[in-house]
Design a protein around this ligand. Structure first.
Ligand code: SF4
Length: 377
């Protein structure tokens, strides 16, 4: 197994939201802005634990909703980050934002802080779908946010969610066309998942909400591929589409199984072999940090074989798939040593293809990829 590379990417989890959307099970607190001051104090403590400052190619602020901090607090947060995280010239700095938060003040703070890319949690451009998803913004808020961000020169990524309760195939078509018309550099398409413990899942179990049928869900994903590729986006990963030159470099580093650092509640750092995940409760993470305790709640140390299997799965999430030679160089084993029988079956069923020393999933394979991962892991 190759020696771990230096850390060039970092993730900062900002766990604040105005409201918890009914489908969301992320590590966050809604309506607890009283905790922001202590969160920033705790974050400074976590940064101070670094043995030496990191020089980064990519920095990603996710959540929760980092834009919920507002301009002044965002400047404060970046002021703290500068103590431990140095940005390489040309670094990609992504800020996740709720369309409602994209004010002139936030835009100018983000620009002054060195943000280069804004990932908008738009989800839909249809009012009824946004209501069905329990979102707190309207289509006009997305349009206004895109206009402001584009005028300020940010690369914009839009999230589009499919399989919302009551959504039709025609509704997905309209949404994707509307998203493409706004001209973002990048689009991420996610299918609604029904997570245990969420309000949506409770309502589903009582028969109040009904998931869309599996066949329809798959058809929606196919429409996303067709519509966005026709609009000039490259489908470069299962859920992600980019205009030329606009792939998310931060996520590319994840999929290449590069090591990364992470800060904040629920954040997971990875050294190429071991994943160490902070406590996901915001209040517990704050308490631990302020008491000088270790914030890590879970350590997942992978064996050589487990690490190789994980590399194969994340590699196959990318449309270009996996190079057998590169994989063997990194892991000391071939994908065929790990999952030869599964690979042969996928190829026979048209779910995967191989050529010139590469293995990749076909369109059919991408549609059922979650089931395929189980066979490798
Ligand atoms: S805004 Fe995003 S992170 Fe916050 S509750 Fe909704 S889906 Fe979850």
């Amino acid at each position: 197994m190759a020696v771990s590379k230096p850390v060039r990417s970092a993730y900062v989890h900002v766990p604040f939201c105005r409201h918890r959307c009914g489908y969301c099970d992320f590590a966050l607190v809604a309506g607890r802005d009283d905790l922001i001051g202590r969160y920033l104090e705790a974050l400074a403590r976590e940064l101070a634990r670094l043995e030496s400052p990191l020089t980064l190619d990519t920095l990603y602020l996710g959540g929760g909703t980092p834009s919920h901090l507002g301009g002044a607090r965002l400047r404060e947060l970046f002021g703290l980050l500068r103590h431990g995280l140095h940005l390489q010239e040309g670094a990609e700095v992504t800020l996740e934002a709720n369309p409602l938060d994209v004010t002139d003040e936030l835009v100018s703070a983000a620009r002054d802080c060195g943000v280069t890319r804004v990932s908008l949690g738009s989800q839909s451009l249809d009012a009824a779908t946004l209501r069905a998803l329990d979102r707190d913004h309207a289509p006009a808020d997305v349009e206004r946010a895109v206009e402001r961000l584009a005028a300020a020169g940010f690369a914009i990524s839009l999230d589009v969610m499919t399989a919302a309760p009551g959504q039709s195939l025609a509704g997905v078509d309209r949404d994707l066309e509307a998203a493409a018309r706004l001209g973002p550099a990048h689009v991420s398409v996610y299918c609604l998942t029904w997570e245990k413990g969420t309000a949506f899942e409770t309502q589903r179990s009582k028969g109040v909400l009904k998931p869309v049928a599996e066949g329809l869900e798959r058809a929606m994903f196919e429409r996303a591929i067709d519509c966005l590729t026709a609009a000039g986006y490259e489908h470069y990963e299962v859920s992600n589409f980019a205009k030329p030159g606009h792939r998310c470099r931060h996520n590319e580093a994840y999929w290449a199984v590069e090591p990364w650092e992470a800060f904040g509640p629920g954040a997971a750092r990875f050294d190429g072999r071991t994943r160490r995940t902070n406590h996901r409760s915001t209040t517990t993470w704050i308490k631990r940090m302020l008491a000088g305790e270790d914030p890590v709640a879970d350590v997942d140390a992978m064996s050589d074989e487990e690490a190789a299997r994980e590399r194969l799965v994340v590699g196959l999430r990318r449309r270009r798939g996996v190079s057998y030679a590169d994989f063997e160089l990194a892991c000391g084993v071939s994908p065929r040593d790990l999952a030869g029988r599964a690979i042969d079956r996928w190829i026979a069923q048209g779910l995967a293809a191989e050529d010139a020393g590469r293995l990749w999933l076909t369109r059919e394979g991408l549609l059922v990829s979650d089931a395929l991962w189980a066979e490798v892991l």
